[in-house]
Design a protein around this ligand. Structure first.
Ligand code: URA
Length: 284
């Protein structure tokens, strides 16, 4: 890949040493199919949603029980085991919502305890036909206050990473202006990790956002976004570096910008992930 002067400057700004590399043809890395887990809801027929599965090794299944409970089960040593049961309310059916209705549904959501502690919901920002969709974890303190994703220091690094690819969150044509969303629309108290039930409850919003935008590439930033989208419990290190799919949309997994601020040595790897994504959809 050849860098323009602008990209060189941007790469240096995010602390990535330059390297010249030929773009790898997409055909050289066949997409790896990942299978969403199946959720059976009492209010509707079985449907598939992505959920975060953190603790259960191997393949797991999450089921919404008739009483609205959520059962998480998996195989351990060949034996089927139920590992968790938590109460959740029936998930919203977002499958027919337009943008305005979806935004209202997010703003009005009271489905989990995060609604009590949030200041604002964080719906997401960007071009409604963006080629690139960026999926983060959950709002932090500043995002909760401002109602916009990635506005803190991690957001500054994300902006620089996007700029290095010729992408932006500011107004631009859909090949340049990204759409940025989070897996959770509400801030977990004290920025704790999202819980599996919260991720499952919020998944229909993200699902519908992706269906409406129809991005050409999804960049999943961090373990929680990656595991939720791919319905996987694999660690981030095993998920990055290859192409996945979410309902037919290519997905590339990379480090969360907040992690990169703590571990700058991994910025070069993050840049490799962005380059992999750019082999599918070149930046602007
Ligand atoms: N981290 C995220 O994953 N999302 C935000 O919006 C902010 C920080």
């Amino acid at each position: 890949m050849r860098w323009t002067e602008r990209q060189r400057a941007m790469l240096q700004a995010i602390g990535v040493r330059l390297f010249e590399r030929e773009a790898q043809p997409a055909a050289a890395r066949p997409p790896v199919r990942t299978e969403p887990v199946e959720v059976q809801a009492s209010t509707s027929s079985a449907r598939t949603v992505p959920v975060a599965l953190e603790e259960t090794p191997g393949r797991s299944q999450v089921s919404l029980t008739p009483s609205g409970g959520l059962t998480r089960s998996g195989r351990s040593g060949g034996v089927q085991q139920t590992v968790e049961r938590v109460a959740v309310v029936p998930r919203p059916d977002t499958s027919t919502l337009d943008w305005d209705a979806l935004r209202s549904a997010v703003a009005d959501c009271q489905a989990c305890a995060l609604a009590q502690s949030r200041q604002r919901t964080v719906f997401g920002v960007g071009h409604r036909q963006a080629h690139w969709m960026i999926v983060g974890e959950a709002p932090g303190e500043q995002e909760d206050r401002q109602g916009e994703p990635f506005v803190g220091t991690a957001g500054q690094l994300l902006d620089n990473m996007l700029h290095a690819l010729g992408l932006t969150r500011d107004e631009a044509p859909p090949e340049r202006q990204v759409f940025i969303v989070n897996t959770l629309k509400c801030r977990p108290p004290k920025n704790r990790n999202p819980e599996a039930a919260e991720t499952a409850q919020c998944a229909p919003f993200l699902e519908r956002q992706i269906a409406l935008v129809q991005p050409r590439i999804i960049l999943a930033m961090g373990r929680f976004a990656a595991q939720a989208l791919l319905a996987s419990d694999e660690p981030l290190g095993r998920l990055r570096g290859r192409m996945h799919q979410y309902h037919g949309v290519p997905v590339v997994v990379t480090y969360h910008p907040a992690y990169l601020l703590r571990s700058p040595a991994d910025k070069a790897r993050a840049w490799e992930d962005l380059c992999l994504a750019a082999t599918v959809v070149p930046g602007g």
